[in-house]
Write a protein that binds this ligand. Structure first.
Ligand code: SF4
Ligand code: SF4
Length: 270
């Protein structure tokens, strides 16, 4: 067993307490803490579409290059939807590919899940108030010495200190799609729907070709302003993609169809 695995042990406790933005936690993490870097190996680290854009740009890669070098497909257990996750190195410790001697080499653009740790998060549908509500929980791993030390802060203060709200907001509709699929339970999803979801979730360059180089614009009505924006802005393109996914997968009609064409009728929703 490697030194990291010995130090990490096997203890991982997810505290079964639902935290709100106002709940208090005690935590501090800094370079030099004895467990420094122990939390950066052997992870199932999901990437949001915005994580992919930011890491890709930071590393000056195309999306295809980034996906090929650093990710692997991953099926989200509850929803069955395919996304990309960070591929750990092939060493004994299965370290994160971005872990360097001095810590995280992509710290400025580290993924959302890294920023949350030691918190976990989720969304649930409040049916009475007809809105989505987020919840949080504490992941207590035996090796993490930052827990129960340092300053007391609210979950919201911690989220802000990690720059989380500004990274979550642009992919809110993506999270809603996953949550909606989760709420539908284990229904069979057509292969084509999974492919479309994966394309929009991981690869704006491919989605842009799909919009501009296929019959997409003959089928869907997209105004000139939006077209101009999504031609050059990847984040705007993604957000358009989330609305389009909601339209074709759940019939939410957020992107208008020009007319009922045979190809639309054939597309099966979830
Ligand atoms: S991206 Fe950075 S913070 Fe996240 S696991 Fe890798 S090295 Fe650690
Ligand atoms: S204190 Fe926790 S989060 Fe910080 S380096 Fe140690 S294990 Fe990782």
């Amino acid at each position: 067993m490697s030194e990291i695995h010995k130090a990490k042990g096997f203890e991982k406790i997810v505290e079964p307490i639902r935290l709100t933005p106002q709940s208090k936690i005690t935590f501090q993490c800094y370079p030099g803490v004895p467990c420094f870097k122990l939390c950066c190996s052997d992870l199932y680290l999901p990437l949001t579409p915005y994580d992919i854009l930011r890491l890709r740009d930071f590393l000056k890669l195309t999306t295809d290059e980034f996906l090929l070098l650093y990710t692997e497909p991953f099926i989200l257990p509850k929803s069955g939807l395919p996304i990309a996750r960070l591929k750990m190195r092939d060493d004994e410790e299965k370290t994160c590919p971005f872990l360097g001697e001095g810590g995280c080499t992509v710290y400025e653009v580290r993924p959302l899940a890294c920023r949350y740790y030691p918190l976990g998060f989720g969304l649930f549908r409040n049916r009475d108030e007809r809105r989505n509500e987020e919840f949080y929980y504490l992941v207590k791993e035996g090796f993490c010495q930052g827990l129960e030390s340092g300053e007391v802060m609210t979950v919201e203060e911690y989220r802000k200190s990690q720059g989380i709200p500004g990274l979550e907001e642009p992919v809110l509709e993506w999270a809603e799609i996953i949550m909606k699929k989760e709420s539908l339970g284990p229904i069979e999803v057509p292969e084509k729907s999974l492919e479309l979801f994966f394309m929009v979730s991981t690869n704006p360059e491919r989605f842009r070709s799909f919009v501009f180089e296929t019959r997409f614009l003959e089928i869907f009505e997209v105004d000139e302003k939006t077209l101009e924006e999504i031609k050059k802005d990847d984040l705007k393109l993604l957000q358009f993609g989330f609305k389009w996914l909601k339209t074709v997968l759940f019939g939410e009609n957020l992107v208008k169809k020009r007319k009922e064409s045979p190809s639309i009728k054939k597309a099966k929703p979830f």
